[in-house]
Design a protein around this ligand. Structure first.
Ligand code: GLC
Ligand code: CA
Length: 553
């Protein structure tokens, strides 16, 4: 089926780090409005806006204290409305981040809920009695420590899968669902174009709340009991009936722990839930010896196997979302490419080709289109992210990792690598702010910035621009069936797309060595759609070369 969100390219904005309009060092809504022309030039169709709601900022806005108000750091509701209408004027849609697995502990609902066992908001959250003077079970939170917080007032514990300032909502309570749906309708009525749903796979918990498997000697893994729980699909179908189906919007669910079988339900063509999900298999490969923090390089075979599996198995049944990075991941070029001066540009273009030629809706995370790199902060004081800082302490203080080892892990994996300010130009602070930025600017902004790249014909920016344009000109890029090639190759990621008598053959060299490649022999009559080298030499792929050729099938 043809739907606009299948043909779209989405650009994710992390507002805190995008553009500061008033010199307080924090990106804001007016800063976004000022740069809409930039996004129009790039050619993206949709902006996914990370949370801009009122929040005490324990987790940079993913802890919301009022869903219908704007965080004062970011501006006002008038600023929001202006941004929305200016985006629409340019043909750009706005997708809001919907964070409803949890609220902030400063949300009015929780303030009430905490007051007493018989408060009318008590059951908005998940409260449990302790067991033998301890937590109700052994679950750990994603940001370290226990997932339960004791409340003296009522002598009970509340569940928080993330920080203790992010209590989980109780979706079993129909009143909670109604409040959430009403709030969503309110935004839809305002004219927004969709929702990216934060950890939406976690809204239904196993009612038995069993202990989880202990992996790091500290806490139990709650994953199997909070992801894809017993009622999640029922709740999403209800959400679809009550809200989503009434508007022409797009939805993408962040689905931690999702399997292909589950994804077919969440994002099925006919299941009546969401349009697509984010799955994380390709960014969660690794040995997991110290949780997500392992910085070991992942073999191309494993990466390709994970990505191909999703391409092949969702075909015709559900829609894929495509991404290398986001605000929770390190920078794509640093992780999967090569960010040394010699190969940064060519490998960033290679990664872009590999992703945008696949089947699904591509997501570009701010700065990815410039080939922005990891920040590699070497001092703990430079980090701002609650997850990184907590993990450093928890792992080093419990003897699970050495201090230097953990600092190296942060350099490779920390979310702050993606959260350094957007690099606009060569002015102070990369043109992000005239004040002191809330997090340090990456030192390489003199070489890597939007102004320089827009002016340079062969830049990473102009390469992304071309990829986006190609999607508009070639239906096959949207609808063509995916077919893997060279599945045994250790160095090249290759595949083809097939559609109405035509095919696109795509090959990407993931190494800095020349690799033999015969895929394009005999395709000399085909049309080269894009390549990151001036000339393709038949029989080989140059270091990090990527090429896509359209020809008869
Ligand atoms: C999601 C967000 C992440 C946040 C977490 C808790 O994974 O992407 O940034 O910390 O949920 O809301
Ligand atoms: Ca500001």
């Amino acid at each position: 089926m043809k739907q606009w969100w299948k043909e779209s390219v989405v650009y994710q904005i992390y507002p805190r780090s995008f553009a500061d309009s008033n010199g307080d060092g924090i990106g804001d809504l007016n800063g976004i409005t000022e740069h809409l022309d930039y996004l129009q030039d790039l050619g993206v169709d949709v902006i996914w806006l990370s949370p801009v709601y009122q929040s005490p900022n324990d987790d940079n806005g993913y802890d919301i204290s009022d869903y219908q108000a704007i965080m004062s750091d970011f501006g006002t509701m008038e600023d929001y409305d202006r941004m929305l209408s200016e985006a629409h004027k340019r043909g750009i849609k706005i997708v809001m981040d919907l964070v409803v697995n949890h609220t902030s502990d400063e949300h009015q609902w929780f303030v009430e809920s905490k007051k007493s066992k018989d408060n009318q908001y008590r059951d908005y959250y998940i409260w449990k009695e302790g067991k033998n003077g301890k937590e109700p079970n052994n679950w750990g939170g994603c940001f370290g420590g226990s997932a339960w917080e004791y409340d003296k007032e009522t002598d009970m514990y509340f569940l928080h899968c993330f920080s203790k300032k992010q209590p989980d909502l109780n979706w079993e309570n129909p009143q909670v669902r109604k409040e959430v749906f009403d709030m969503m309708s309110w935004w839809c009525e305002k004219g927004i174009d969709g929702f990216r749903m934060d950890v939406i796979s976690m809204i239904s918990k196993d009612p038995a709340f069993p202990d989880g498997e202990v992996r790091n000697g500290l806490y139990g893994d709650n994953g199997p009991f909070v992801c894809n729980g017993p009622h999640v699909h029922e709740y999403l179908r209800e959400m679809n009936q009550e809200v989503l189906s009434k508007y022409d919007i797009m939805t993408v669910g962040e689905a931690a722990g999702v399997t292909i079988e589950e994804a077919k339900k969440y994002a099925g063509e006919t299941t009546g839930e969401l349009n697509m999900v984010f799955q994380f298999e390709h960014v969660e490969l690794g040995d997991h010896r110290i949780g997500k923090w392992s910085a070991k390089e992942v073999p191309l075979k494993d990466l390709r196997e994970a990505m191909n599996r999703w391409q092949i198995n969702l075909e015709g049944k559900a829609w894929n979302s495509l991404f290398w990075d986001n605000h929770d991941q390190p920078r794509a070029v640093s992780r999967f490419g090569d960010d040394s001066p010699m190969y940064r540009e060519v490998s960033a273009k290679m990664l872009a080709t590999c992703l945008h030629m696949m089947k699904g809706t591509p997501y570009i995370y701010q700065g990815e289109e410039l080939g922005m790199t990891n920040a590699y902060f070497s001092k703990l004081e430079d980090y701002r992210d609650i997850e990184s800082i907590n993990a450093y302490h928890e792992y080093t203080e419990n003897g699970l990792a050495g201090k230097e080892e953990m600092m190296n892990c942060l350099k490779e994996i920390s979310r702050d690598n993606a959260r350094t300010p957007m690099q606009w130009n060569t002015k102070e602070n990369a043109g992000f702010t005239t004040g002191t930025p809330w997090i340090k600017v990456n030192k390489n902004y003199l070489e890597i910035n939007a102004e320089a790249e827009m002016a340079e014909k062969d830049s990473v920016y102009n390469y992304y621009k071309k990829l986006i344009r190609l999607r508009k000109e070639n239906e096959i890029m949207v609808h063509g069936r995916f077919n893997p090639l060279l599945e045994e190759d250790d160095h090249i990621y290759a595949y083809e797309r097939l559609w109405e008598g035509e095919k696109i053959v795509v090959a990407c060299n993931f190494t800095k060595e020349v690799q033999a490649c015969d895929l394009f022999r005999g395709l000399e009559d085909g049309k080269e759609l894009i390549s990151n080298y001036k000339e393709h030499k038949t029989g080989v792929l140059q270091p990090y070369e990527a090429i896509a050729v359209l020809c008869k099938a």
